[in-house]
Ligand binder design. Structure first.
Ligand SMILES: CC(C)(COP(=O)(O)OP(=O)(O)OC[C@H]1O[C@@H](n2cnc3c(N)ncnc32)[C@H](O)[C@@H]1OP(=O)(O)O)[C@@H](O)C(=O)NCCC(=O)NCCS
Length: 170
């Protein structure tokens, strides 16, 4: 377990920890639900991303690296996840997301901080990620957690514009 924190807006403590095998189907379902609703991606981009995170793929990921899928739990519920890939001293943040009702209560920030801790544990010195240029919630959170914009990618995946961010971890 990385962190447990009580937030006055949440009924229970939030616990961030590596996903367990029996949670893979639930996390895959959540990823599908959340990504399907993201209007800043084209339908093709959404279905491409959803197809990457079947329960089978998530299970394979945690078998290779237990920190590659982190979950945020509030009581018995999974309210967020962070999927990432250790690329060898650098960790790629693939997706972090929080369920609709749990947003705006600090869960996303806890996931990003837990990713930092896990990157250090894996011997990484850097985390990097992309965001859509109009994903203001994600951009604001990343900047406030000291991620720096390193590139402005025009007409990139699925012909959409993205920013690349990086953060040094110490
Ligand atoms: C991005 C996301 C994970 C944030 O999760 P969250 O739990 O709501 O975020 P937090 O409550 O921890 O907020 C932390 C900070 O993020 C920023 N933030 C969060 N939601 C925001 C919003 N809707 N608008 C602007 N800033 C926002 C704020 O800086 C906030 O800090 P503050 O409350 O002190 O001002 C969530 O909005 C989400 O799941 N979005 C859909 C999936 C997604 O886009 N993932 C990122 C892909 S790159």
């Amino acid at each position: 377990m990385f962190q447990a924190k009580r937030n006055k807006n949440l009924k229970n403590s939030i616990v961030i920890r590596p996903m367990r095998a029996l949670e893979a189907a639930k996390v895959s379902r959540l990823a599908r639900e959340i990504i399907s609703a993201l209007e800043f991606y084209t339908p093709a981009a959404r279905s491409c991303e959803i197809n990457k995170y079947s329960a089978k793929v998530l299970l394979r990921k945690i078998k290779e690296d237990k920190f590659s899928v982190l979950v945020a739990r509030e009581g018995n519920e999974i309210v967020g996840f962070c999927i990432n890939q250790d690329e060898g001293t650098v960790v790629w943040l693939e997706w972090f997301a929080v369920t609709g009702l749990a947003r705006g209560k600090g869960v996303g920030r806890l996931l990003i901080r837990a990713l930092d801790d896990s990157a250090k544990k894996r011997g990484a010195h850097k985390i990097w990620c992309d965001t859509r240029v109009n994903n203001f919630a994600s951009i604001k959170l990343l900047k406030s957690e000291k991620y720096k914009k390193i590139a402005n990618l025009k007409n990139f995946w699925h012909h959409q514009d993205y920013f690349l961010f990086e953060k040094e971890v110490h």
